[in-house]
Design a binder for this molecule. Structure first.
Ligand SMILES: Nc1ncnc2c1ncn2[C@@H]1O[C@H](COP(=O)(O)OP(=O)(O)OP(=O)(O)O)[C@@H](O)[C@H]1O
Length: 458
């Protein structure tokens, strides 16, 4: 039998049955000590009125997203009226409950969180297994939203790549999430406490890029009034993200190659070699192998960079991510939305699924933000997104049509309900258990973030 292990931080009784292995940490110092030595899959935060939101926020940041612990908070109802607590729950918890506890509902939520932790790659969701996972650099599924096979595979690859120290080359269309993938590599790597320094090689004017990247010595050129560290030096102990590496001028490609081989740089006008310990993560939306063939990119640099390669698939190849991403951005930009706008209509959901998304996730963000401001009704329509209503679908067999209609109805009502299972179930006229069953049947991710709460609506 799998032991259901859980770390309870704070005071109060969660009322869990005997088959749950409960580790108690009455203070934050105890919790931090425990999490550092034995990371856990699921943590329960028992918040009392006198607790400090800032300290808990720090603990969850440290031992949440990056370390793979799924947090569920139990709060005094009054805390939910305070923006700081609401932000903590929204950003860092999978679910929340309020005192006095409904023990049965909490047990269900904890079981669900353990199950989700297991699905995210552990063979066993026990703390020990999660600890091993953490040591391997696996953990954060919070940064890259999505449930498709493609994004799940990418997350797994990122976890593997993160623990190595070789350069990483990320390929993907513009706006597909290359920088986010680079951040995830850094966040899962042993360098995570060091800086992540992003540089867009295509955006810095050619005459400035050498001194921006490598720094300069005083007097190196007109206007160089004092010594200046370059961006590579500022990434000491961390990672440097070179976006649009294909735009790096040829002469600087040689300098970068030297840095990759020797871990040293020379500032412009300098004769002293400076050792820099920074991992290079490069990205390109053009095919660098072809650029090498055209003579536009150094072959030796290409092979140096292309040790660990990641492909970020375009959004049109991971359509299952569309609605989770749309919902994610709807909640991210909630403060900008017109107050009456409650979510997406089912026709909007269909139009989102039908669109080709040439601008990838960035295009989705822009369309959702625009629609949240411009929509005139309670629900966002295709026109608010600047999309055509999807054409009438090709005739389907009755069974397929039923399945698709059921799936669309679930999607639309989850979005309307702000991913709140209770409200969505009420909207659909089914019980919460039935809705969970339907989600499983359709292979849809059950709400697992704060915005996907199974708790009381506010
Ligand atoms: N899976 C995702 N989950 C959440 N946000 C995402 C995801 N993928 C991309 N984004 C967001 O989409 C936007 C574009 O992503 P990003 O900047 O990483 O793309 P890019 O491929 O580096 O683009 P470019 O090639 O233009 O530099 C960012 O705001 C990013 O946070």
């Amino acid at each position: 039998m799998t032991t259901k292990s859980i770390l309870c931080v704070g005071t109060g009784s969660p009322g869990l049955p005997a088959d749950w292995e409960v580790v108690r940490a009455a203070t934050l110092a105890d919790a931090r000590r425990h999490l550092t030595s034995t990371p856990c899959a699921v943590g329960l935060l028992l918040v009392q009125p006198e607790d400090s939101c800032d300290s808990l926020h720090a603990l969850l940041r440290e031992h949440g997203a990056r370390h793979g612990t799924r947090w569920i908070a139990v709060l005094p109802p009054a805390a939910l009226a305070q923006p700081a607590w609401r932000q903590l729950v929204h950003e860092l918890c999978d679910d929340y409950h309020t005192w006095p506890l409904d023990h049965q509902r909490l047990r269900h939520a904890l079981g669900h969180a353990l199950g989700m932790a297991a699905l995210c790659g552990d063979d066993d969701a026990s703390p020990r297994a999660t600890g091993a996972k953490q040591a391997a650099g696996v953990g954060d599924d919070a940064m890259l939203t999505g449930t498709s096979v493609a994004i799940t595979r990418l997350r797994r690859q990122i976890a593997k790549v993160a623990k190595a120290s070789a350069p990483v080359l990320i390929w993907g269309e513009s706006g597909s999430g290359k920088e986010l993938a680079a951040q995830a590599v850094h966040a899962h790597s042993p360098r995570r406490k060091g800086p992540f320094v992003p540089i867009n090689c295509g955006a810095i004017p050619a005459q400035l890029i050498q001194s921006e990247l490598f720094g300069h010595e005083r007097g190196a050129f007109t206007g160089a009034a004092r010594d200046k560290r370059g961006l590579i030096e500022t990434a000491q102990g961390g990672s440097i993200f070179l976006d649009e590496i294909g735009d790096l001028p040829m002469e600087l490609q040689a300098n970068l190659l030297r840095f990759l081989q020797e871990k040293t740089i020379y500032r412009v006008g300098g004769t002293r070699s400076i050792t820099v310990d920074a991992r290079v993560i490069a990205a390109s939306h053009v095919n660098l192998a072809q650029a090498v063939q055209r003579g536009a990119f150094r072959e030796d640099l290409y092979y140096r960079l292309n040790v660990l390669a990641l492909d970020v698939p375009p959004l049109r190849e991971r359509r299952d991510d569309l609605m989770p991403l749309a919902a994610h951005f709807f909640h991210t930009f909630a403060s900008e939305r017109a107050p009456r706008v409650r979510g997406f209509s089912s026709t909007a959901a269909q139009a989102i699924r039908a669109h080709h998304w040439p601008g990838n996730v960035r295009e989705l963000i822009n369309r959702v933000r625009r629609a949240m401001v411009m929509a005139e009704g309670r629900l966002i329509l295709p026109a608010d997104l600047g999309l055509q209503a999807a054409a009438a679908p090709a005739p389907l067999a009755l069974d397929d049509a039923r399945i698709r209609a059921e799936r669309d109805a679930i999607d639309a009502s989850l979005l309307r309900a702000g991913r709140n299972i209770t409200l969505a179930a009420r909207d659909l006229g089914v019980s919460r258990m039935t809705l969970y069953r339907l989600l499983a049947k359709h292979g849809m991710a059950a709400p697992s973030r704060a915005s996907y709460t199974d708790g009381q609506s506010e």
